[in-house]
Design a protein around this ligand. Structure first.
Ligand code: NAD
Length: 320
């Protein structure tokens, strides 16, 4: 298959990212164990098929994801300029710490694990669990210094409740947050991010979305044990997957294609743990650009999910 994956501008960063991004949380064994061989094959296949954006975090697998991704990229001899790498700070396996001191130390630890001199994007990870005023007044200024020191090129914020993005972006100096990473809000079962896109555009921030399969809800195998969705939402997604299977279709394919259709979103991060998944997902993207969406199937799946449409789950400490 020729590497013809579309690349999109990421806000005002000047970065051009493949519209499928490689979510590396599975490489931290978050969705079950992944051998080094499978991880390496997945990263190799991603690069071969034109994926140039890789996302990780010190939180995923308690630093394992960063280490595995760094090892794979090094073993494959990837040129640093050919890829865009994002990692995160403030969320760790032992809790949250968005202090200037911790995030400043964190990037050095991440760079050592990733075996790189800089990352393209450093995201404050799941800011709804910290004080948003600390993010505005302490964390982002600390990241600004890391930018000046050349350890990071751009600054991002991530979180589940959409209100955290407006809270922070309304309070920081223009241009100090380059990107936002939203997850589980642009997939067939929950598309609430769409209402925020004009605001994000007006702020000049790049938009990354994640979890088009709703962290495993929209897969034939279903979500991992720790998935926070309600039993009602899990059961509706199971029914939607079964509906697709009955028709000889795969729910993951239609779910990913749905997330890729909005051009205001620069890239969609999907977690992948094998070369087979990479191939399937890239094939789904290419099929979408050549043949368009299977609108009939999308309508049928949407109808099954209608009773739980836009249902989410609580995350973080309430403050906005
Ligand atoms: P996802 O919706 O991408 O689902 C991942 C799961 O789907 C994994 O089990 C994966 O093995 C499986 N999968 C992938 N392709 C498949 C296919 N073709 N068929 C069947 N199953 C398939 O959820 P995710 O991994 O949580 O999200 C993607 C990435 O986005 C993460 O790896 C991470 O990098 C990022 N992310 C960031 C945040 C945050 O910053 N707060 C939150 C969620 C995700």
């Amino acid at each position: 298959m020729a590497a013809t994956l579309e690349r999109r501008e990421l806000g005002n960063t000047g970065l051009k990212v493949s519209y499928i991004g490689f979510g590396a949380s599975p490489l931290g064994d978050v969705f079950g164990p992944v051998s080094h061989g499978n991880a390496l094959a997945a990263v190799r296949e991603a690069l071969r098929l034109g994926i140039n954006f890789f996302d990780t975090s010190p939180y995923y697998g308690g630093t394992v994801s960063e280490t595995v991704l760094g090892n794979c990229l090094k073993e494959l001899g990837v040129r640093r300029d050919d890829i865009v790498v994002s990692t995160k700070c403030g969320r760790y396996i032992d809790g949250f710490d968005f202090s200037a001191e911790r995030v400043t130390r964190s990037i050095d630890e991440s760079l050592a694990r990733l075996k790189m001199g800089y990352v393209d994007i450093l995201n404050c990870h799941d800011i709804e669990f910290g004080s948003l005023d600390q993010i505005v007044n302490e964390t982002i200024p600390a990241l600004q210094k890391l930018k000046e020191a050349g350890k990071i090129r751009f600054i991002g914020i991530t979180g589940l409740p959409l209100g955290v993005f407006t809270y922070v972006l309304d309070r920081v100096p223009p241009g100090s947050v380059d990107v936002i990473l939203s997850y589980c809000h642009y997939s067939i079962n929950d598309s609430t991010l769409v209402d925020l896109l004009p605001y994000l555009k007006s702020k000049g921030v790049g938009v990354i979305t994640a979890s088009p399969l709703a962290m495993g809800l929209l897969t034939e195998n279903g979500p991992p044990e720790w998935h926070p969705a309600s039993p009602e939402l899990k059961s509706a997604c199971r029914a939607a997957a079964a509906h697709c299977k009955e028709k000889g279709k795969n729910i993951s394919k239609v779910a990913l294609q749905y997330s890729l259709t909005n051009k205001e979103i620069s890239t969609v991060l999907i977690g992948m743990n094998s070369s087979r998944q990479v191939e399937e997902n890239v094939a789904a993207a290419l099929e979408l650009s050549h043949e368009g969406m299977d609108e009939d199937l999308l309508q049928e799946v949407s109808a099954v999910l209608e009773p739980v449409k836009n249902q989410t789950w609580p995350s973080g400490v309430q403050q906005t």
